[in-house]
Design a protein around this ligand. Sequence first.
Ligand code: PLP
Length: 319
Amino acid sequence: MPPPRLHFAHLPTPIEPLPRLSQYLQGPRLLVKRDDQTGLAFGGNKTRKLEFLVADALARDATLLITGGAAQSNHCRQTAAAAARFGLACTLVLAGDPPAQRDGNLLLDTLLGARLVWTGSRDRDMVMRQVEDEARAQGQRPYLIPYGGSNQVGALGYVFAMQELMKQKVHPDWIVLASSSGGTQAGLMVGARLLGFQGRILGISIEKPEVTLRQDIIADLATRTARHLGEDLTFTPKDVLVNDHYLGQGYGIMGAAEEKAIRLFARMEGLLLDPVYTGRAAAGLLDLIRQGFFSPDETVLFWHTGGTPALFAHRYARW
Ligand SMILES: Cc1ncc(COP(=O)(O)O)c(C=O)c1O
């Protein structure tokens, strides 16, 4: 039986050429897959994962979604929106202390009706479990979604995204994307193996060392996702392509490279990236093009995973 799925994302997301940027860089042909346009409260990659996660929650008769992330988490914002859409309560466990200003994703979390719990200096996992226990004690039926929606249920969203891409018949030689909790890349890899996708999938790591993402996270998650679909596939770290040269000053800290990439995409193509994920992945992509990593006759599809509301939390940057 196919896994339960709801249909609320705006799919298929378009694929657009980036002709001015391609010409300026004199590199490969560049395309962008617009998963920033998945439609749910400003969209992003988590919407595809949530089609499966919320379906699973409803199948288990849940009344409350609990998840966690950083203050500017896109995953939390999309989870809050999905909860509202299906009449579920939502509690977001956010790392650290509340900032002085509620803007970007955090403003939207509040608008979407989520309850916010700040961890302060406490361990996030511990706080999540505590929130879950309290909810049960109050008679709610909580459903816990891991960080980034990256488990074998959420990653299914990207197995099906690969099917969508294959139907769009653009046949890129490379897919380049931001990789953080690994579910997007793992799902794409499972879809690629199942459907015979011929290109390569390169994750630009946002905050983790390459070896951690490849060995401890993505290979294992891809194997679990395939098994969850009833497919007996095994993935090893050798199957996973990750580049961790662009971690900059760490998670969520926008440096000169991200700022430059965001400005270039905006001014060459009118395309908005985000300061944490796609800005960093694009900075990596630009550097790899300059190094001649891709040959000029190749086609590179940059998978835009969303996150643009976080731009508004960076309004003091000198754009
Ligand atoms: C905009 C954006 N891009 C990419 C990612 C990374 O996706 P994943 O966690 O599936 O690796 C995230 C995750 O939070 C995100 O919000």
